[in-house]
Ligand binder design. Structure first.
Ligand code: EPU
Length: 319
C-alpha cells in the first residue's frame, strides 16, 4: 500500500471527534530542533472527554504517541506510525485549587505555571521558569531545574489510559526518580495539581529573574536545540563530573555532523545550525557517547526522547 492509501485506510478506522484530525501531518515545526518527518495521523483533542472517547474507540493495534511542546524530543526523519496526539489550548489552563495550590493542564508551559504562581504569591514553583517544556512532559520525566524537580511539588496528576479511562495518580503512584517516572508509558497526562507555599510576589519575581539570567548565561536558549542531551551520570560513578564535563574532556565541544553541532556554549546541548536532519543529530549524539565511553568508561544515557522511523535504517531504538 502506498502512503496515501495507508493514511486513507487509517483515517477510515478512526472514531469521530470534536477536535482536529489530520493525515500525513508535518511535525518538524512542532519540535524545537525543527527536524523530523510527518505523523501518519495528528489528533488535537478538544478536551479530556474528546480524548477519552477517541481512545476508547481507537483500534488497539494503532500506535499512539504523545507530543508536548517538542522541546525534549528528536523525531526521526521518516516520521511516526499511527496517531500522534498533541494537546492544545483546551489543556493549557492554570487555575488556583485550594491554599497555595494550582491545577495546571498538561499543555500549559512550565514557565506559564511559574508566572501564574508568582501572580498568586505562591512560592516554591519558581524553578519551573527554568524548564523548557509543558506540564505533561515534566510529569513524564520528573523534569527539574535549579535545585528542584517535579517530585518536590506534585500532589497528584490526572491521566487517560490507552483504553480511554481517566485515572488519578497520587504523588507516590508516579514512581519518580532523577528525570524519570515509572507511570505506565501509555498513560497520557492531562493535568497536575502542584503545591507551593505562601510567598511574596516581588521576591518570587527576583528568583525567577535569577533563573532566567542563569539560563541565558549558560545555555543556548535561542538556538534550535532539545535542551540537555544526556542525563547527568550518577556522581559516584563519574567522580562528581556532570555530562557536559565528560563531553568536554572527551574533546567533543563544537563537534559537527552536517549542520548538527555540539554547542560551543554548553556542550551537553546539540544544535541544529539550520539544515540538520534528525539523523545528523542522532548520529552526533551517538558519536559523543562513544567518545565519552572511550575516554572515561562512562556510558551517557540520552535524556532526549528519540522516536519514529529512520529513513536509512541506521538508527531506530526508541527511548
Ligand atoms: N557550564 C560550562 N560549560 C559548559 C556547560 C556548563 O561552563 O559547556 C557551566 C554553566 O555555566 C553552569 C554549570 O556549568 O555554571 C552548570 O550548568 P547547568 O546549569 O546548565 O547544569 P547542567 O547540570 O548541565 C542541569 C539540567 C538542566 C537544567 C540545569 C540547571 C540535566 C541533564 N540538565 O544541567 O536541564 O536547566 O541543570 O538546573 O539534569 C534539561 O533538562 O533540558 C535542562 C536544560
Amino acid at each position: 500500500m502506498n502512503a496515501a492509501a495507508t493514511h486513507a485506510s487509517l483515517l477510515d478506522q478512526l472514531p469521530a471527534v470534536r477536535g482536529k484530525l489530520r493525515a500525513d501531518a508535518p511535525l518538524s515545526d512542532y519540535t524545537w530542533f525543527r527536524v523530523g518527518g510527518p505523523a501518519d495521523i495528528l489528533f488535537s483533542p478538544k478536551d479530556t472527554d474528546d480524548l477519552c472517547s477517541f481512545l476508547k474507540a481507537l483500534p488497539e493495534d494503532i500506535p499512539v504517541t504523545v507530543l508536548g511542546v517538542g522541546s525534549n524530543v528528536l523525531i526521526r526523519d521518516g516520521g511516526l506510525d499511527g496517531v500522534v496526539i498533541r494537546l492544545g489550548a483546551g489543556f493549557a489552563k492554570v487555575e488556583p485549587e485550594g491554599p497555595h495550590r494550582l491545577r495546571a493542564g498538561a499543555a500549559a508551559l512550565d514557565v506559564a505555571v511559574a508566572k501564574k504562581a508568582m501572580k498568586a504569591s505562591i512560592t516554591g514553583l519558581e524553578f519551573m521558569r527554568g524548564i523548557p517544556g509543558t506540564v505533561g512532559g515534566a510529569l513524564r520525566m520528573n523534569a527539574g531545574a535549579y535545585g528542584r524537580e517535579l517530585t518536590d511539588v506534585l500532589i497528584a496528576a490526572t491521566a487517560v489510559t490507552r483504553t480511554g479511562e481517566k485515572v488519578i495518580l497520587k504523588h507516590d503512584d508516579m514512581g519518580f526518580s532523577y528525570r524519570h517516572s515509572s507511570a505506565p508509558k501509555d498513560f497520557i497526562f492531562v493535568d497536575a495539581v502542584l503545591q507551593g507555599e505562601a510567598g511574596t510576589e516581588d521576591i518570587i519575581r527576583e528568583r525567577m529573574d535569577d533563573i532566567t539570567d542563569a539560563r541565558e548565561a549558560s545555555q543556548p536558549v535561542r538556538s534550535r536545540t532539545g535542551g540537555s542531551t544526556f542525563k547527568n551520570p550518577d556522581p559516584e560513578q563519574s567522580g562528581g563530573r556532570k555530562a557536559w564535563q565528560l563531553i568536554d574532556a572527551a574533546g567533543c565541544r563544537g563537534l559537527r555532523i552536517g549542520d548538527a553541532q555540539v554547542s560551543e556554549q554548553h556542550c551537553n546541548f546539540l544544535i541544529n545550525l539550520g539544515m540538520a536532519t534528525a539523523e545528523d543529530l542522532e548520529k552526533l549524539g551517538e558519536a559523543v557517547r562513544l567518545e565519552v565511553e572511550k575516554n572515561t568508561g562512562i556510558t551517557l544515557e540520552w535524556e532526549i526522547r528519540r522516536i519514529g522511523r529512520s529513513l536509512t535504517g541506521d538508527m531506530g531504538r526508541n527511548e
